[in-house]
Design a protein around this ligand. Structure first.
Ligand SMILES: Cc1cc2nc3c(=O)[nH]c(=O)nc-3n(C[C@H](O)[C@H](O)[C@H](O)COP(=O)(O)OP(=O)(O)OC[C@H]3O[C@@H](n4cnc5c(N)ncnc54)[C@H](O)[C@@H]3O)c2cc1C
Length: 406
């Protein structure tokens, strides 16, 4: 007996670790703890297709039969309360505990909250879980106007979806452009143009000052510019915070996430962590970064599985991400933070283009709008460390793939 493996959190990362252990031939006990009530599901559709769909069930990551068939002891609505290393047990909220030989922490992230007023108001929503999405859906039956706070990925996806469903949307964003930290000005401008064309009332440079309530319900928001917008509901989309409480209480080192090495080990050979709850060293400078994406969760899970089984393979994946806003598919390869130069390939007015972003002379990221071919080649170029000249980027007759053949 090896004591078994307990995985805390059954999102994209935790579920992939459970599945990966069986794929890699692990025969021991696998326990997968989930705080949520439903079978592990895809989170991205929650701000996109799920709001419009007929059914009430989110898209499952794996069919219900998968867990039994693979002897994965999936425990729904079962939150881990403490990790006790002395007894090698995970204490559960329900008073029980599970023993572990090795442990994977995949607790993900939660929606960042605004400072709550003393009296909670009906009509303030966040979006992280299927339960949140269902609540937003049911609210649509009784509201005709919603204010979205935050012009990041989730806010914009919600604005695209809800406006298509006929809801009047006002979106406020504190910064002077959309998704400013993650995308180039050219991409922000393109998204702004399309969101406005869909009738979304976009207010840039205005943050949330206050949610105004009456009789326990939201009736308006006030912005930092002193504007009042009457509304029956507000959705807060101001980012996510990693769930670190459990790890911190267990004495595991955390920064902007659980600090892991390149093998996803969290300070001890018995413990790995993966996904939105993790901060890992990235790039030549080895700076600890925190990434929230399905790719990151899935690829880190693969590395974590190898480590749990004593086969060390470093995590070296090029980060990539996508966002769907109606007919706009934005795909990002690489990390654009600290980029200082952008070169556009294609014609934004035609709705298909990519922005190549550079840090000094080095290609750091590629943002593609409805240009999947650029995205896929871009991932390979970044993985191979190949940098293009600006002439190569701008010349549409130049086939980017030829750079990979050298
Ligand atoms: C609305 C929405 C849209 C998104 N769209 C995209 C997209 O288009 N593209 C993209 O790449 N990414 C997207 N993302 C981000 C992506 O979904 C996340 O990066 C991914 O879900 C991270 O997976 P994870 O397993 O690390 O964490 P999570 O999916 O957050 O899963 C963690 C799980 O652990 C559980 N948990 C936490 N603490 C405990 C505990 N103590 N005990 C037991 N269980 C616990 C949580 O309840 C949760 O179920 C989106 C996210 C949201 C919310």
């Amino acid at each position: 007996m090896d004591g078994g493996i307990v995985i805390i959190g059954a999102g994209h990362a935790g579920s992939a670790i459970a599945a990966g252990l069986r794929i890699e031939g692990y025969e021991g006990r696998v326990t997968l703890l989930s705080a949520e009530e439903e079978l592990p599901y895809h989170r991205p559709p929650l701000s996109k297709t799920f709001l419009k769909a007929d059914g009430d069930q989110p898209l499952l990551l794996r069919p219900a039969s998968f867990y039994d068939a693979n002897r994965i002891d999936l425990r729904l609505q079962t939150s881990a309360r403490e990790i006790d290393f002395r007894s090698s047990r995970v204490e559960l909220m329900d008073g029980h505990s599970v023993p572990f030989g090795r442990l994977a922490i995949a607790t993900g992230a939660r929606a960042r909250q605004i400072k709550a007023d003393a009296v909670p108001l009906d009509g303030i929503e966040y979006l992280r879980t299927a339960a949140d999405a269902r609540r937003i859906r049911s609210r649509l039956l009784s509201v005709d106007r919603i204010v979205i706070v935050g012009g990041g990925f989730i806010g914009l996806e919600l604005a695209a979806t809800l406006s298509e469903m006929g809801v009047s949307i006002a979106l406020i964003e504190m910064a002077d452009r959309l998704i400013g930290r993650a995308v180039a000005p050219e991409t922000s401008q393109h998204l702004l143009h399309w969101q406005q064309s869909w009738g979304v009332d976009l207010l840039l440079g205005e943050g949330l000052s206050r949610v105004v309530g009456a009789d326990g319900r939201v009736v308006a928001v006030e912005t930092t510019a002193g504007r009042r917008i009457d509304t029956q509901a507000v959705i807060i989309g101001i980012g996510a915070s990693p769930n670190l409480d459990l790890a911190r209480r267990a004495g595991i080192a955390c920064g902007d996430g659980i600090l892991v090495d390149e093998f996803m080990r969290a300070g001890d050979n018995r413990i790995v962590a993966a996904g939105d709850c993790v901060a890992f060293a990235h790039g030549a400078r080895g700076q600890a970064i925190h990434v929230e994406s399905v790719q990151n969760a899935s690829d880190q899970a693969r590395t974590a599985v190898k480590s749990l089984l004593g086969r060390q393979e470093p995590y070296r994946a090029v980060p990539w991400f996508w966002s769907d806003q109606r007919d706009i598919k934005l795909q990002i390869a690489g990390l654009a933070e600290n980029s200082d130069r952008s070169i556009v390939r294609g014609d934004p007015a035609g709705g298909k283009f990519s922005v190549f972003r550079y840090r000094a002379a080095e290609l750091s990221a590629i943002e593609s709008i409805n240009q999947p071919a650029d995205h896929f080649v871009g991932r390979k170029l970044l993985a191979a460390g190949i940098t293009l000249t600006s002439d190569q980027v701008k010349d549409l007759s130049f086939d980017l793939k030829t750079l990979l053949e050298r």
